[in-house]
Ligand binder design. Sequence first.
Ligand SMILES: NC(=O)c1ccc[n+]([C@@H]2O[C@H](COP(=O)([O-])OP(=O)(O)OC[C@H]3O[C@@H](n4cnc5c(N)ncnc54)[C@H](O)[C@@H]3O)[C@@H](O)[C@H]2O)c1
Length: 253
Amino acid sequence: MGQLDGKIALMTGAGRSVGLGVAHELAEAGASVAVNDLHRERAEAALTEINAGGGKVIAAPFDVTNREAVAAGIALIERELGPIGILVNNAGIPEGIGATGPFVDSDPAQWHFNLDLNLYGSMYCIRTVLPGMKQRGWGRVIQISSGAGSRGVPNVSIYSAAKAGIEGLLRSVAIEMAQTGVTLNAIALGLMANTGERMGDSPMLQQVFRTIPMGRLGQPREIGAAAVWLASDKAGYVTGQTIHVNGGSVHGR
Ligand SMILES: NC(=O)c1ccc[n+]([C@@H]2O[C@H](COP(=O)([O-])OP(=O)(O)OC[C@H]3O[C@@H](n4cnc5c(N)ncnc54)[C@H](O)[C@@H]3O)[C@@H](O)[C@H]2O)c1
Protein backbone atom coordinates (compact mmCIF):
# COMPACT_ATOMS: atom_id res chain seq x y z
CA MET A 1 0.00 0.00 0.00
CA GLY A 2 1.40 3.41 -1.02
CA GLN A 3 1.54 6.42 1.29
CA LEU A 4 -0.55 8.44 -1.16
CA ASP A 5 -3.07 5.83 -2.28
CA GLY A 6 -6.36 7.45 -3.25
CA LYS A 7 -4.90 10.99 -3.33
CA ILE A 8 -5.13 13.22 -6.39
CA ALA A 9 -2.19 15.48 -7.21
CA LEU A 10 -1.59 18.36 -9.61
CA MET A 11 2.10 18.72 -10.41
CA THR A 12 2.94 21.88 -12.38
CA GLY A 13 5.86 22.18 -14.82
CA ALA A 14 6.29 18.42 -14.65
CA GLY A 15 7.22 17.71 -18.27
CA ARG A 16 10.92 17.44 -17.43
CA SER A 17 13.70 17.83 -14.84
CA VAL A 18 12.70 18.43 -11.21
CA GLY A 19 8.94 18.32 -11.82
CA LEU A 20 9.17 15.03 -13.69
CA GLY A 21 11.18 13.46 -10.84
CA VAL A 22 8.63 14.63 -8.28
CA ALA A 23 5.76 13.31 -10.44
CA HIS A 24 7.50 9.90 -10.59
CA GLU A 25 7.70 9.75 -6.80
CA LEU A 26 4.09 10.89 -6.25
CA ALA A 27 2.78 8.31 -8.72
CA GLU A 28 4.92 5.51 -7.25
CA ALA A 29 3.54 6.40 -3.81
CA GLY A 30 0.07 5.66 -5.19
CA ALA A 31 -1.30 9.11 -6.05
CA SER A 32 -3.20 9.85 -9.22
CA VAL A 33 -1.18 12.59 -10.89
CA ALA A 34 -2.10 15.34 -13.37
CA VAL A 35 1.15 16.18 -15.15
CA ASN A 36 0.99 19.84 -16.08
CA ASP A 37 3.37 21.62 -18.43
CA LEU A 38 3.25 24.63 -20.71
CA HIS A 39 4.17 22.28 -23.56
CA ARG A 40 1.62 19.58 -24.35
CA GLU A 41 4.25 17.30 -25.90
CA ARG A 42 6.39 17.42 -22.72
CA ALA A 43 3.40 16.63 -20.50
CA GLU A 44 2.37 13.74 -22.77
CA ALA A 45 5.91 12.35 -23.07
CA ALA A 46 6.17 12.36 -19.26
CA LEU A 47 3.15 10.03 -19.05
CA THR A 48 4.88 7.34 -21.02
CA GLU A 49 7.78 7.43 -18.52
CA ILE A 50 5.91 7.47 -15.25
CA ASN A 51 5.13 4.15 -13.59
CA ALA A 52 1.84 4.60 -11.82
CA GLY A 53 1.73 2.85 -8.45
CA GLY A 54 -2.02 2.35 -8.43
CA GLY A 55 -3.40 5.75 -9.37
CA LYS A 56 -4.04 7.17 -12.82
CA VAL A 57 -1.67 9.58 -14.57
CA ILE A 58 -2.95 12.16 -17.06
CA ALA A 59 -1.45 15.04 -19.03
CA ALA A 60 -2.78 18.49 -18.11
CA PRO A 61 -1.13 21.05 -20.34
CA PHE A 62 -1.85 24.69 -19.54
CA ASP A 63 -0.03 27.93 -18.79
CA VAL A 64 -0.02 28.55 -15.03
CA THR A 65 0.45 32.28 -15.61
CA ASN A 66 -2.95 32.50 -17.33
CA ARG A 67 -5.69 32.66 -14.67
CA GLU A 68 -8.48 31.49 -16.98
CA ALA A 69 -6.34 28.61 -18.26
CA VAL A 70 -5.60 27.56 -14.68
CA ALA A 71 -9.30 27.54 -13.78
CA ALA A 72 -10.24 25.59 -16.93
CA GLY A 73 -7.30 23.16 -16.55
CA ILE A 74 -8.11 22.39 -12.92
CA ALA A 75 -11.81 21.91 -13.72
CA LEU A 76 -10.83 19.36 -16.40
CA ILE A 77 -8.49 17.49 -14.03
CA GLU A 78 -11.15 17.33 -11.33
CA ARG A 79 -13.70 15.97 -13.84
CA GLU A 80 -11.27 13.27 -14.92
CA LEU A 81 -9.54 12.33 -11.63
CA GLY A 82 -11.63 13.86 -8.84
CA PRO A 83 -10.92 16.67 -6.36
CA ILE A 84 -7.30 17.74 -6.09
CA GLY A 85 -5.86 17.09 -2.62
CA ILE A 86 -2.18 17.72 -3.39
CA LEU A 87 -0.88 20.71 -5.34
CA VAL A 88 2.82 20.89 -6.13
CA ASN A 89 3.77 24.26 -7.63
CA ASN A 90 6.98 23.57 -9.48
CA ALA A 91 6.87 25.63 -12.71
CA GLY A 92 9.33 28.39 -11.87
CA ILE A 93 11.88 28.95 -14.62
CA PRO A 94 10.45 31.23 -17.33
CA GLU A 95 11.41 29.74 -20.66
CA GLY A 96 13.67 31.61 -23.01
CA ILE A 97 14.22 34.48 -20.57
CA GLY A 98 17.87 34.81 -19.63
CA ALA A 99 17.00 36.94 -16.59
CA THR A 100 20.31 36.54 -14.81
CA GLY A 101 22.84 39.26 -14.18
CA PRO A 102 23.40 42.20 -11.87
CA PHE A 103 20.22 43.98 -10.75
CA VAL A 104 21.76 47.32 -11.67
CA ASP A 105 21.84 46.24 -15.33
CA SER A 106 18.45 44.49 -15.33
CA ASP A 107 15.64 45.53 -17.65
CA PRO A 108 12.47 46.42 -15.68
CA ALA A 109 10.39 45.30 -18.67
CA GLN A 110 11.63 41.74 -18.03
CA TRP A 111 10.99 41.57 -14.30
CA HIS A 112 7.40 40.43 -14.65
CA PHE A 113 8.38 37.12 -16.31
CA ASN A 114 9.73 35.77 -13.03
CA LEU A 115 7.02 37.31 -10.89
CA ASP A 116 4.26 36.07 -13.22
CA LEU A 117 5.50 32.49 -13.10
CA ASN A 118 6.78 32.03 -9.54
CA LEU A 119 4.38 34.31 -7.74
CA TYR A 120 1.20 34.74 -9.83
CA GLY A 121 1.27 31.26 -11.41
CA SER A 122 1.59 29.65 -7.99
CA MET A 123 -1.05 31.95 -6.47
CA TYR A 124 -3.57 31.19 -9.23
CA CYS A 125 -3.18 27.45 -8.64
CA ILE A 126 -3.35 27.76 -4.84
CA ARG A 127 -6.35 30.10 -4.93
CA THR A 128 -8.22 27.72 -7.26
CA VAL A 129 -7.74 24.51 -5.26
CA LEU A 130 -7.75 25.88 -1.70
CA PRO A 131 -11.53 26.31 -1.17
CA GLY A 132 -12.15 22.64 -2.07
CA MET A 133 -9.32 21.43 0.17
CA LYS A 134 -10.68 23.52 3.05
CA GLN A 135 -14.21 22.25 2.52
CA ARG A 136 -13.09 18.61 2.43
CA GLY A 137 -10.86 19.09 5.50
CA TRP A 138 -7.65 17.81 3.88
CA GLY A 139 -5.08 19.28 1.54
CA ARG A 140 -1.39 19.69 0.84
CA VAL A 141 0.20 22.62 -1.00
CA ILE A 142 3.90 22.15 -1.71
CA GLN A 143 5.87 24.96 -3.28
CA ILE A 144 9.12 24.20 -5.04
CA SER A 145 11.33 27.11 -4.08
CA SER A 146 15.01 27.88 -4.00
CA GLY A 147 17.64 28.78 -1.45
CA ALA A 148 17.63 32.10 -3.29
CA GLY A 149 14.23 32.77 -1.67
CA SER A 150 15.76 33.07 1.77
CA ARG A 151 19.41 33.97 1.17
CA GLY A 152 21.24 36.45 -0.98
CA VAL A 153 22.42 34.95 -4.26
CA PRO A 154 24.01 37.36 -6.75
CA ASN A 155 22.68 37.76 -10.29
CA VAL A 156 19.26 36.19 -9.71
CA SER A 157 17.64 39.06 -7.77
CA ILE A 158 14.22 39.06 -9.46
CA TYR A 159 13.96 35.28 -9.19
CA SER A 160 14.94 35.63 -5.49
CA ALA A 161 12.24 38.25 -5.00
CA ALA A 162 9.62 36.00 -6.59
CA LYS A 163 10.62 32.94 -4.52
CA ALA A 164 10.72 35.00 -1.29
CA GLY A 165 7.31 36.41 -2.18
CA ILE A 166 5.60 33.06 -2.67
CA GLU A 167 7.21 31.65 0.50
CA GLY A 168 5.81 34.66 2.39
CA LEU A 169 2.34 33.97 1.01
CA LEU A 170 2.57 30.31 2.06
CA ARG A 171 3.60 31.17 5.62
CA SER A 172 0.61 33.50 6.06
CA VAL A 173 -1.95 31.25 4.37
CA ALA A 174 -0.63 28.29 6.38
CA ILE A 175 -1.71 30.09 9.54
CA GLU A 176 -5.11 30.95 8.06
CA MET A 177 -5.57 27.26 7.21
CA ALA A 178 -3.95 25.80 10.33
CA GLN A 179 -7.16 24.35 11.75
CA THR A 180 -8.62 23.04 8.50
CA GLY A 181 -6.46 19.98 7.73
CA VAL A 182 -4.74 21.85 4.91
CA THR A 183 -0.96 22.41 5.14
CA LEU A 184 1.23 24.64 2.99
CA ASN A 185 5.01 24.19 2.87
CA ALA A 186 7.94 24.95 0.59
CA ILE A 187 10.90 22.82 -0.44
CA ALA A 188 13.90 25.03 -1.20
CA LEU A 189 16.37 23.45 -3.58
CA GLY A 190 20.04 24.04 -4.08
CA LEU A 191 21.61 23.64 -7.50
CA MET A 192 20.17 20.59 -9.24
CA ALA A 193 21.88 18.17 -11.63
CA ASN A 194 19.79 19.30 -14.62
CA THR A 195 21.01 22.88 -14.25
CA GLY A 196 24.54 21.67 -13.60
CA GLU A 197 24.45 19.83 -16.93
CA ARG A 198 23.28 22.99 -18.70
CA MET A 199 26.14 24.97 -17.12
CA GLY A 200 28.74 22.54 -18.45
CA ASP A 201 32.23 22.44 -16.97
CA SER A 202 32.29 26.15 -16.11
CA PRO A 203 34.33 27.88 -13.37
CA MET A 204 30.99 29.07 -11.93
CA LEU A 205 29.83 25.47 -11.49
CA GLN A 206 33.12 24.57 -9.81
CA GLN A 207 32.60 27.48 -7.45
CA VAL A 208 29.06 26.29 -6.59
CA PHE A 209 30.35 22.75 -5.96
CA ARG A 210 32.68 24.09 -3.29
CA THR A 211 29.68 25.47 -1.36
CA ILE A 212 27.87 22.08 -1.22
CA PRO A 213 29.10 20.01 1.74
CA MET A 214 28.00 16.75 0.06
CA GLY A 215 30.03 17.67 -3.02
CA ARG A 216 27.33 16.81 -5.55
CA LEU A 217 24.22 18.30 -7.12
CA GLY A 218 20.63 17.35 -6.25
CA GLN A 219 18.59 14.76 -8.13
CA PRO A 220 14.89 15.32 -8.97
CA ARG A 221 13.73 12.17 -7.17
CA GLU A 222 15.39 13.40 -3.96
CA ILE A 223 13.04 16.38 -4.12
CA GLY A 224 10.18 13.99 -4.90
CA ALA A 225 10.93 11.96 -1.74
CA ALA A 226 10.58 15.12 0.36
CA ALA A 227 7.37 16.03 -1.47
CA VAL A 228 5.86 12.58 -0.85
CA TRP A 229 6.56 12.92 2.86
CA LEU A 230 5.09 16.45 3.04
CA ALA A 231 2.04 15.20 1.12
CA SER A 232 1.53 12.23 3.44
CA ASP A 233 -0.63 12.08 6.55
CA LYS A 234 2.57 11.58 8.54
CA ALA A 235 3.53 15.23 7.90
CA GLY A 236 0.17 16.56 9.08
CA TYR A 237 1.72 18.64 11.90
CA VAL A 238 4.12 20.47 9.52
CA THR A 239 2.88 23.71 8.02
CA GLY A 240 4.23 27.12 7.02
CA GLN A 241 7.78 25.75 6.74
CA THR A 242 10.52 25.88 4.17
CA ILE A 243 12.55 22.68 4.06
CA HIS A 244 15.96 23.02 2.43
CA VAL A 245 16.99 20.00 0.36
CA ASN A 246 20.44 20.97 -0.86
CA GLY A 247 23.20 18.62 0.32
CA GLY A 248 23.78 20.69 3.45
CA SER A 249 24.57 23.86 1.55
CA VAL A 250 24.25 27.22 3.22
CA HIS A 251 24.12 28.95 -0.16
CA GLY A 252 21.05 28.63 -2.31
CA ARG A 253 20.47 28.97 -5.99
N1 LIG B 1 17.24 23.26 -11.41
C1 LIG B 1 17.76 23.88 -10.36
O1 LIG B 1 18.99 23.94 -10.20
C2 LIG B 1 16.86 24.54 -9.37
C3 LIG B 1 17.43 25.12 -8.24
C4 LIG B 1 16.58 25.72 -7.31
C5 LIG B 1 15.23 25.74 -7.52
N2 LIG B 1 14.71 25.19 -8.67
C6 LIG B 1 13.27 25.25 -8.88
O2 LIG B 1 12.79 23.99 -9.30
C7 LIG B 1 11.68 24.18 -10.18
C8 LIG B 1 11.89 23.40 -11.46
O3 LIG B 1 13.11 23.79 -12.07
P1 LIG B 1 13.72 22.95 -13.28
O4 LIG B 1 15.17 23.18 -13.26
O5 LIG B 1 13.20 21.57 -13.26
O6 LIG B 1 13.09 23.74 -14.53
P2 LIG B 1 12.97 23.27 -16.07
O7 LIG B 1 12.99 24.53 -16.86
O8 LIG B 1 13.98 22.22 -16.41
O9 LIG B 1 11.53 22.59 -16.17
C9 LIG B 1 10.40 23.34 -15.82
C10 LIG B 1 9.20 22.94 -16.65
O10 LIG B 1 8.20 23.94 -16.37
C11 LIG B 1 7.49 24.21 -17.56
N3 LIG B 1 6.89 25.55 -17.53
C12 LIG B 1 7.53 26.74 -17.74
N4 LIG B 1 6.63 27.75 -17.70
C13 LIG B 1 5.42 27.18 -17.47
C14 LIG B 1 4.11 27.70 -17.35
N5 LIG B 1 3.89 29.02 -17.50
N6 LIG B 1 3.07 26.85 -17.13
C15 LIG B 1 3.30 25.50 -17.00
N7 LIG B 1 4.54 24.96 -17.12
C16 LIG B 1 5.58 25.78 -17.35
C17 LIG B 1 8.54 24.10 -18.65
O11 LIG B 1 7.94 23.85 -19.92
C18 LIG B 1 9.44 22.96 -18.16
O12 LIG B 1 9.06 21.72 -18.74
C19 LIG B 1 11.53 25.69 -10.36
O13 LIG B 1 10.56 26.19 -9.50
C20 LIG B 1 12.89 26.21 -9.98
O14 LIG B 1 12.84 27.55 -9.54
C21 LIG B 1 15.49 24.59 -9.58
